[in-house]
Design a protein around this ligand. Structure first.
Ligand SMILES: *[C@@H]1O[C@H](CO)[C@@H](O)[C@H](O)[C@H]1NC(C)=O
Ligand SMILES: *[C@@H]1O[C@H](CO)[C@@H](O)[C@H](O)[C@H]1NC(C)=O
Ligand SMILES: *[C@@H]1O[C@H](CO)[C@@H](O)[C@H](O)[C@H]1NC(C)=O
Ligand SMILES: *[C@@H]1O[C@H](CO)[C@@H](O)[C@H](O)[C@H]1NC(C)=O
Ligand SMILES: *[C@@H]1O[C@H](CO)[C@@H](O)[C@H](O)[C@H]1NC(C)=O
Ligand SMILES: *[C@@H]1O[C@H](CO)[C@@H](O)[C@H](O)[C@H]1NC(C)=O
Ligand SMILES: *[C@@H]1O[C@H](CO)[C@@H](O)[C@H](O)[C@H]1NC(C)=O
Length: 746
């Protein structure tokens, strides 16, 4: 213990010195007490006691205020506190002793009792003499606490074996005792409840006056200053252009949103945005390829994300190179230490992609656990729970370079609402034409084919012939490399690659936007529908997935596509979208006829793909989502009132079970469903109660009537399904056109 005291701040040294002096003084008085006269002893006694009491009171006050709980003060001095307690008790004992003797010799009364209860009890429930004998505080988890903090026990076991693996644990006051583990795990890492060590139970609240408020910002210049590439690789050039182009709409959107909902009083968050895809290390040459027909879906998403964060008034740091990231990260305190203090981190949220995540892990090293709950992964295709949990994915041979990150599945943000296990970020559907442009363009009997590469047209000739026979002029925008002749049907009027404005004019003229089956789920059909064209969405006779289709190979998702654009099929539908088998000539003919018979072609854009919808959704995520255990006390979001538990039919995933009732699977409420009694409440007989580790649970096995609950929280999955299992599903309502949010959850 003594050696640890060397690290104490000066103030504490002074206090200790004082204590020592008092002790020494008392000792002398003790020895000499017999030889002083009664008269002297009375005076002396009063003097000593008066002084001692003053010291003790001062000490007790100090002890109380400064070192109240091992991690609450400005420094952590749990050992010092123990030492103080011992010394205090020692002094009190001595005072009693002297008093007793003096009582006898001088028969003086009215001696104030030192404030023993107040000082000693409150700061440490264990008596000093017990401490000296080696007793420890007893810290126990109740059953309820165990349930609420399922990782606590495991972390304690880990600490038992590993607390000496890094000096940082000792610096946090961990001394090998169970109590010190629990204190550390509750106060620093947030895995355990404070109540288990009688820590103060009041929830620490943010001091409102000390935190900056986020104000809406519409200053484009300010944002452009953040998007400067230090290496002059022009990495942000495309993003800057998109932002500038759409800026007037962004401005109007945030103003309009602030009139619909109160955006004042939000805390300004410090947000780090790292675009790993633009880095040199990625090897993807995204920065170089952005104006040469490179894939832009991700850049669209990043542009919109950055803009939304900015107009919402948050404090942004934007990086795109690994070195930049390292230099930002190295400024974070103890980034390389495994002690996962996740309080008062200098960043609140980190948006990153999978490429960037690899760089990030490298730069923070052991400190990764400290930041992992702050991460938001921009991951257009999504990552399902089965691929996310490293141990599980490895065991099932599903580990790919994309998965196995052991994050919370909702920390992955997708391009479209895929599996509700992930969060839907989306993007903004750009409209190059303004109202007056649109009005001036006449709609004609024409169709535009969705497919800018010739290979996408292969094998689709009879489908196009059928459409042509309906007397429609078919346009194409197929790109020809080096002006090589293209093998397109002769009746197709090909325009080559068009810029955004030209393309949108063509869409505005067309009645039909013809899907060919590939590319999957892109933004183009949404643009077409926004300009009033009707989208023919090819239906697949067998699903396209990672086992059947090279495009999905290696992607961390079992997602099965049954049409080219599931979002258009499910969330938009007729009369804007017809999902048909394009090999069925009759179906194609009647559908085309149906569309040509329409007398109105009204544009439609789901709110969630507008600037305003995007800002609203991101704002809700920022304000309510939290994946850090220590913030669990925050109000549950989405609230329980928007969620109900549904007991599905066998063989159905929760995604489907909820969707059939016009609800959306809500993974953040699986915990409530995950109990045997919840299954019994839904009428399951429960021949046996089991707890297993797989993506299908909680569920009832219809063959054995076993009730099975989930062992591993990270495997809660909306998409898991199996033949003989009836799943118990948390389903929530949603706002039409803003599916990520429940009704009243903006
Ligand atoms: C000394 O005497 C007073 C009054 O008689 C009493 O309250 C106090 O407890 C005595 N102290 C000790 C240590 O016996
Ligand atoms: C102490 O004082 C009380 C009166 O206050 C007296 O009765 C008692 O005898 C005294 N005791 C001694 C040891 O002087
Ligand atoms: C202080 O501890 C004692 C026994 O250790 C107990 O009787 C007393 O009630 C405690 N006081 C407070 C304020 O907790
Ligand atoms: C937001 O506006 C308020 C009042 O105008 C101001 O006090 C505050 O500093 C602003 N916050 C930020 C982050 O600029
Ligand atoms: C619409 O855009 C055109 C240019 O394409 C511009 O001349 C016109 O002023 C715009 N109209 C409105 C209402 O913004
Ligand atoms: C396409 O349509 C035109 C006019 O409707 C027709 O003359 C032509 O034969 C058609 N071509 C094919 C390949 O069906
Ligand atoms: C299963 O658990 C429920 C709730 O805890 C209990 O009521 C029931 O008796 C258990 N069934 C069996 C077979 O153990």
């Amino acid at each position: 213990m003594a050696c640890k005291l060397f690290k104490l701040p000066r103030r504490q040294w002074l206090l200790l010195l004082l204590v020592a002096l008092v002790l020494w003084g008392l000792l002398i008085v003790n020895i000499n007490i017999g030889i002083v006269s009664n008269h002297d002893s009375g005076r002396l006694k009063n003097e000593v006691i008066r002084l001692s009491e003053r010291y003790i009171r001062a000490l007790a006050r100090d002890n109380d205020g400064v070192v109240d709980g091992p991690y609450a003060g400005r420094f952590t001095a749990y050992d010092l506190k123990k030492t103080m307690a011992v010394l205090l008790e020692n002094i009190l004992e001595r005072l009693d002793y002297i008093e007793h003797h003096l009582n006898i010799s001088s028969n003086m009364t009215t001696l104030a009792q030192p404030a023993r209860d107040g000082a000693v009890n409150k700061s440490n429930p264990v008596l000093a003499k017990d401490l000296i004998k080696g007793e420890e505080d007893r810290c126990v988890l109740s059953d309820k606490e165990r349930q609420l903090y399922p990782h606590c026990q495991g972390k304690i076991e880990w600490m038992k074996a590993m607390w000496e693996s890094d000096p940082c644990y000792k610096s946090f006051g961990v001394d090998g005792s169970i109590c010190s583990f629990i204190m550390y795990l509750s106060e620093v890492e947030g895995w355990c409840p404070r109540s288990a060590w009688h820590g103060y139970n009041s929830v620490p609240t943010e001091k409102a006056d000390h935190t900056n408020k986020a104000n809406i910002s519409t200053d484009l210049e300010g944002l452009m200053k953040l998007l400067v590439d230090p290496n002059e690789r022009q990495g942000y050039a495309w993003i800057r252009m998109r932002i500038k182009r759409i800026w007037p709409r962004w401005e109007a959107a945030v103003t309009s949103l602030s009139q619909k909902q109160d955006l004042r009083g939000r805390r300004q968050k410090k947000i780090l945005v790292h675009l790993g895809l633009l880095s040199k290390q990625s090897g993807w040459k995204f920065a170089e390829m952005q104006f040469k027909g490179g894939p832009l879906g991700e850049l669209v998403q990043w542009s919109d994300l950055i803009t939304a964060l900015y107009v919402l008034g948050h404090q942004l740091t934007i990086t795109s190179e690994a070195e930049q990231l390292s230099s930002v990260v190295s400024q974070l305190p103890a980034a390389n230490s495994p002690c996962q203090s996740r309080k008062e981190l200098p960043v609140d949220i980190i948006y990153i992609d999978i490429m960037g995540l690899k760089q990030f892990k490298k730069s923070v090293g052991n400190g990764f656990g400290k930041f992992s709950c702050l991460l938001r992964i921009v991951d257009s295709f999504g990552t399902e729970p089965a691929f996310n949990l490293h141990s599980f994915a490895k065991q099932r041979k599903k580990l790919t370079s994309w998965g196995g990150n052991d994050l919370h599945p909702q920390q992955f943000f997708t391009m479209f609402p895929h599996s509700p296990d992930n969060s839907f970020m989306g993007f903004v559907v750009e409209r190059h034409l303004n109202e007056s442009n649109v009005r001036d363009i006449k709609r004609t009997n024409s169709a535009l084919v969705y497919g800018k590469n010739a290979y996408m047209w292969e094998g689709k000739t009879s489908y196009l012939d059928t459409v042509n026979k309906s007397g429609i002029l078919i346009h194409g925008t197929v790109y020809s490399e080096d002006n090589k002749p293209l093998k397109l049907p002769a009746y197709v009027e090909n325009h080559g690659l068009l810029n955004g404005e030209e393309l949108h004019k063509l869409l505005r003229q067309s009645k039909i936007f013809l899907g060919l089956g590939f590319p999957y789920e892109g933004p183009a059909p949404l643009e077409a529908i926004a300009y009033g064209a009707v989208y023919i969405n090819p239906k697949f006779s067998t699903s396209h997935n990672r086992n059947t289709n090279p495009f999905f190979k290696g992607k961390p998702t079992e997602r099965e596509l049954w049409s080219q654009h599931p979002y258009a099929e499910q969330f938009i539908g007729e009369p804007h979208v017809y999902t048909i088998n394009i090999e069925d000539e009759e179906a194609v003919r009647t559908t085309v006829q149906k569309i040509l018979d329409l007398d109105k072609f009204e544009g439609f854009l789901p709110y969630e793909f507008t600037e305003e919808g995007f800002i609203q959704r991101m704002n809700s995520y920022i304000e309510h989502q939290n994946f850090c255990q220590f913030q669990r006390q925050l109000a549950k979001w989405p609230p329980e009132s928007s969620v109900k538990l549904l007991f599905g039919e066998a063989e159905k995933s929760c995604k489907d079970v909820c969707w059939e009732k016009n609800l959306i699977c809500e993974p953040s409420h699986f915990l409530e469903a995950n109990a045997h009694h919840s299954l019994m409440q839904k009428g399951a007989a429960c021949a046996a109660n089991k707890t297993l580790t797989d993506i299908f649970y909680p569920a009832l096995d219809t063959k054995t009537n076993d009730c099975i609950i989930q062992q591993e929280e990270l495997l809660f999955s909306c998409v898991g399904k199996q033949d003989n299992l009836r799943r118990l599903c948390p389903c929530r309502n949603y706002i039409k056109g803003q599916t990520a949010l429940c009704v009243g959850c903006e």
